[in-house]
Design a binder for this molecule. Structure first.
Ligand code: IMP
Ligand code: MG
Length: 177
């Protein structure tokens, strides 16, 4: 069965508004700090690029790439495919994700980066699916909560496609064989 974009869930305008609001919150909280935004590849790239332009305190950016869970999902162990390029000791780290679903990816990344001696470490996501949570993870900045549906667009993919959509949409079966 094929897939089709079935309904627009979050509009371009809502995304813009959400980036402005989260950017304001981060700017307020990180005054005088040594902020580094770490985006989780590839999905968070679109959000990072919008969000960083709404933040008016000095910051640097870096990227990490992780594979899906190795072994069982509940182990929550994600494999690092690409690590960040810099030392984060003493820095104020903010991990930027596209969507939090089970929470396993962010929980693992936070634990891992926390071992490297940052001054602080917080989490930020464009979208949150609170109904899908398997492990507890405190997400400090949330753009928008969305229902438990598979969505694409604004960085989110299905088989690597649809990331470039400027809105978020629900992906559904097309009903054809
Ligand atoms: P978690 O570890 O289950 O929280 O997984 C988060 C990751 O799963 C995200 O970074 C996405 O790459 C992927 N993901 C979760 N839900 C969706 C979705 O609805 N569409 C596309 N990717 C998703
Ligand atoms: Mg992701």
């Amino acid at each position: 069965m094929g897939k089709v974009i079935s309904k627009e869930l979050v509009t371009r305008e809502q995304i813009q508004e959400m980036c402005r609001r989260v950017g304001r919150e981060i700017s307020r909280d990180y005054q005088g700090k040594d902020l580094i935004l770490i985006a989780v590849l590839k999905g968070a790239v679109v959000f990072l690029s919008d969000l960083m332009r709404e933040i008016d305190v000095p910051l640097t950016i870096d990227f990490m790439s992780v594979s899906s869970y190795s072994g069982t999902k509940s182990s929550g162990v994600v494999k690092i495919i690409k690590d960040i390029d810099q030392d984060i000791a003493g820095k104020d780290v903010l991990i930027v994700e596209d969507v939090v679903d089970t929470g396993l990816t962010l929980r693992h990344l936070k634990k891992l980066l926390a071992t490297r001696g940052p001054a602080s470490i917080r989490l930020c996501t464009a979208f949150d699916k609170p109904d899908c949570r398997v492990v507890d993870v405190d997400v400090d900045y949330i753009g928008m909560s969305i229902p438990n549906e598979f969505v694409v667009g604004y960085g989110l993919d299905y088989k690597q496609l649809y990331r470039q959509l400027p809105y978020v949409a629900v992906l559904a079966d097309d009903g054809k064989d």
